[in-house]
Design a protein around this ligand. Sequence first.
Ligand SMILES: *Cc1c(COP(=O)(O)O)cnc(C)c1O
Length: 458
Amino acid sequence: MPFKTIIEPFKIKSVEPIHMSTAAQRENYIREAHYNPFLLHSQQVIIDLLTDSGTSAMSSEQWAGILRGDESYAGAQSWERLEAEIKDLTGYPHILPTHQGRAAERILYGYLGGKGKVFISNTHFDTTRANIEFSGAEAYDIPCIEASDHESEFPFKGNMDIVKLEELIKKYSAANIGAVILTVTNNTGGGQPVSMANAKGVAEVCKKYGVLYIIDCCRIAENAYFIRHHEQGFEQTGYRTIAQQMFSLADGCVMSAKKDALVNIGGFLALRNEELSTACTNLLIITEGFTTYGGLAGRDMEAIAIGLREVFEDDYLNYRIRSTAYLGEHIRAKGIPVLYPIGGHAVYVDAGLLYPHIPAHEYPGQALVCELYKIGGIRAVEIGSVMFGKYDDNGKLIPAPMELVRLAIPRRVYTQSHIDYVIEVFDDIYTNRKTTRGLRIVKEPKFLRHFTAHFEEL
Ligand SMILES: *Cc1c(COP(=O)(O)O)cnc(C)c1O
């Protein structure tokens, strides 16, 4: 390409107004929200980078599909389209539609789990871990060694540690392993990609011990971009073909369509094994719906089928991954510490490094999300000691390993000027960094406190 500007590969057909606000108004809004951006009203936010889940903009084709949706209870055409699309993509013969990714997780891991069972992953996403632990089973994360080296520019920090995988299978014995779950990209591990070589390595170990191998494929299209551009031998391979090769290595997959299917709701479970699929289908009918709609409307299934095609288009993926990197690289160049290399769906800022004077119990990540909101109306999420901190028996905080803030980029929603604005806001974040103060928690629930906790500025 002769030009360095990456243009959005779409034109805007329908718009949603952003409600502008002044810094003085935002001071009030965030105080009223008890310094917790989860408690803000969406209309008080200018740029919403809280999550990439369910926040995608659909294409005109998808909206056309919404009207075409066949709402028949059984055997709807929209289901047949979706089933054919997922079969073609994954190569798995048994497809179970669900209303979200976690419903597919509950069905599969609820069935495979239970007391004494063990699940192993590069990193379990929080709903994955919750569903496994709720069944009474245990979940072990074994990210690769490079994942914890912040200086390393290793391009596949989402990989699983294959040596540890074999050790764990031997330790707990193959019969007790519920499943090995490869999350691509590794969401909780900084959105970092997984290489094809690693996916193959995991497959070999699983085959050797006869253990079930599941891919959590929420962001497999974004992952395919990294394989084509950073792994030898894939330079000429299409993104969809790369994903198909990865699916061919495993026994099934779980997907939240709210990510790489470019829709606002939906998910599915796809399996190779008939017996397992029959057992899961029974649970599907009890808790989600009949086999030809799961928890979905016909229109949702139509939109997912179309989104699963669009997400693999060259121009889309190039724009998607390069624009995430654009944000990360620009704020990094200003001196803002970010996890590097930049992953697929989000930029992670290390607030602990940005604010070395704010101790963990004064929540540097929460200080940064409040600053981002007050200065620019930008909403981001703390993923440090507010989200993952625990208390010891004396009520003292056991901090999270890192004080991160995630800037997640919704798909096809914001343009480069929105992102340039975010980058500019970081100038003020950087200038104010030495005088930024931490917060104190004044009210918190017992579980998942980050959603509803109240804070006070120190
Ligand atoms: C979002 C997500 C899920 C859960 O999907 P929901 O649709 O939110 O229920 C599972 N795994 C990963 C990696 C995710 O990112």
